[in-house]
Structures are given as C-alpha cells and as structure tokens.
Write a protein that binds this ligand. Sequence first.
Ligand SMILES: [Zn+2]
Ligand SMILES: [Zn+2]
Length: 459
Amino acid sequence: MSDIGKILAPFKKPCPACGRIHDPGEVRAEIGSGVMDQLPEMIGSLGRKPFVLADPRTFEAAGKRALSILKDAGIPWSLFIYKGETLAPDERSMGAAVMHFDYSCDCILAVGSGTVNDLAKLLSRISGRPFMLLGTAPSMDGFASSSSSMIRDGLKISLESIYPSIILCDTDILKKAPLPMLQAGMGDMIAKYTSICEWRISNLVTGEYYCPVIADLIRNCVRQCTDHAEGLKRRDPEAVEAVTKGLILAGLAMTMAGCSRPASGMEHYFSHIWDMRAQEFGTPMGLHGIQCGTAELICARVYDRILQVKPDREKALASVKSFRYDHWKIDLRAFLGKSADQLVLLEEKEGKYDPASHSRRLEKILDSWDRICGIIREEVPSPDKIREILKKTGAPASFEELGHTSEEVRTAFYMTADIRDKYIGSRLLWDLGILYEIGQELFPDERPVAYFTDPWPID
Ligand SMILES: [Zn+2]
Ligand SMILES: [Zn+2]
C-alpha cells in the first residue's frame, strides 16, 4: 500500500470526531523516485488501451518517456497532443479533446498537472472512461479534486468532474519542473493556514459543519511542506515529495469533507479576483499557487490586525445601516467586470448583507470574540513567518512583485467577501463594521481612485 493509501485507510470508517464517513473512494497515488516504472501495471489495472492527452511541454517532460515504457510493455495507445505555446481550459481545448477522442480506448492517461488534468477530468466524465494522471509539476492542489477549473464564455468557473483513479508522480520528473511551479505548489499549501482558520471561525459564527480530523490532516501536510521550504529551491526530492503529497491530500480532503473549506479561503479569493481582472482588463496574473502564496501574506497581515480589534456593537450596526447595496453592485461591476453578475446573483440567493442575518452573526461574534482570537492565534502564523517561508522558496513575497498596487489590493480585499458563499475574514470585518477602515489602514494609497467609488462613508 502506498504512503497515501496508508493515510487514507482510517477514513474508511466513521470519523471519530464528526461521525461522517470521509472515504474519498478508490484512488491510488504513488509518489517517489522511479515510480514511473509502475506505469504498465497501473494502466493495466484501468484498461487495455489508453487515450494519452498531453500538451507540448508535458509531452516533452514525461509523455515521451511514458510512451516508450508502454511500447516496451506491448501496450497500444492513441495520442493527442495540444498544439501551441499556451493551453487555456476553455471551450476550444475541451472541444478538441472530445473531437480527437478515440472511442476504441477504454481508459485515459493524462500527462500534466494543471490544465491538462482539468481537461482530462472532464473528458473522463464525458467519455465514461477511468483515468490516470501522470503528474509533471507539483504546482497546485487540483490533482485529486473532483472539479475542473475552466473558462466558459470568457468567465472562470468550476465544473464538476471526476478525479483520477490513479495518480503517478515520479519525483525524478517533478523536481525538474520550472522553479515557479515548485514555488506555486508551496504557495497553494501555505494558503491552507487561512483556509483552516476560516473554516473554524465559520463553524463558530454561522454553525457551518467542521471536521477537526480533516483539519489535522491538512495541518500535518502544511507542516511537512514548510519543513522543506529551503530544500524546494534546491529541488531536493524530499521537498518535492512533501509538496506533491500535500497537494494530492489537500485535493482529496475537499472531497472527503464535501466542501472546499479544508483547502481554500480568503487567500484563494484574492487569486480568483486577480484572475477575473486579468481576463477582463488585462491586469497582471500569475500561477494560481504563486498568487495564493502572496495572498496568504496579505491574509496574515489582516488576521494580525484583527487580533487588535475591540468589537463595538454600535459601530457595527451603524455601519450596516449606511451600507448601500446599489453602490456595492456598481463597485463590484466596475472592479470585476462581467464576472460581477454571477456574484450579484450569489448574494441575491445568500443574503449576507441582509441586516437581520447580520445581527444574528454579530451577536455570535460578540459572544465568542476571545475564542475567535484564540483560533487565529492557533492557525495563522505571523506575517513575518509567512514572509520567511516565501523567501526561503524564492517566491514573490509582496503583492507589488506580482504587479498590483496597494489600492487594487485594498479593493480586492473588500471583494473577497463576495466571491463565494463562504464566511471568511473580510466578512467578519464587514460584520464588525470595520472592513473599509482596516482596508484603508493596511493598504493605503494616495492616488485618486480610478475605478472604485471609495467605500460609502461610515458616520
Ligand atoms: Zn470528520
Ligand atoms: Zn489552490
């Protein structure tokens, strides 16, 4: 049994903490040096003829070698390699995979880690064929999550898909991935500090389901990754293995918890916003995990500031009274473009800005303020600690390095509250009536506001 198999085995039984069964189903993951030799046996367990999907870079990194191993083992295949430099997870790429699919193939072998995997996950669902992933870079936690991050009608969306039954990550291949991809993997892992913190805070404030056993699984993974932060820059196999394992388990943890809480929170919403704006306005955009790592530093600064807050009921109620829903919609559209429409629909369904639901949450927050601060102290390291981890890996350690201004980050911070229907740090501050005040304090900017009618005054 593989290492990951051993970690997952206890989850087949009811959870001692929450009573649910977290079994992620049949999934086999092999990580390590030389595990590529197991390819014929693994493919053999899925079918007789794989449909091999790759892009030019992933084919070069691992596809060629995979085909030569299959050839030696006498296994036939059908191959489709995307053309061009960049591969977008959009209608065109998905259509190409479907139109090139060979229905004489009874399984899929995807070579790649990011977009190729997202496309293969959907192709597996559409074709009904089981699939295996041959990873090429430990850059984000989508390896084993059951959704695909796609672009449809120009909008970034998440579509339900099927994760691979087998994940093969040979560290001899992964350690040769471009350094930013290794740094991105670490960034996506340290993002989990905020994810877990916010999961617990939401459990306290909104009563949302939370499982401490899954949270612990993630904490262990993050610890193992950060212990190897320095080694990652040197491409040490142990460091690459720790990050790969963490990313696979983080993806599985979302399926096991039945929600994305174990692996994404406010830091991911910064990344989503940067992606949305890049799509709409051509602003800077980076690798998902690099953005999440830098955003984790922003979040650590926010949480560090939250620890100094003295909640004030009157201020919170006055602020909600002065909140203008129509202004909010205008600002959201101005900053996020057409992506804002779906966020407005989300709010219409959820009603987080409704004063009655606010006052219920506010009372909970006031009652449990000390516990909330305790959770933050337990879960989120200091900004200095996060900066140190980022610097050890050589990843960008400031939003300026990603090409964003203080003003843009401040506005993005306000809008993280609207990206999903999840209770996160920016919502906690809105509930306390101090979101805009703290935003201006943490991300000051002298320049006039160009696209954002600055927050409705609180008086
Ligand atoms: Zn549980
Ligand atoms: Zn992520």
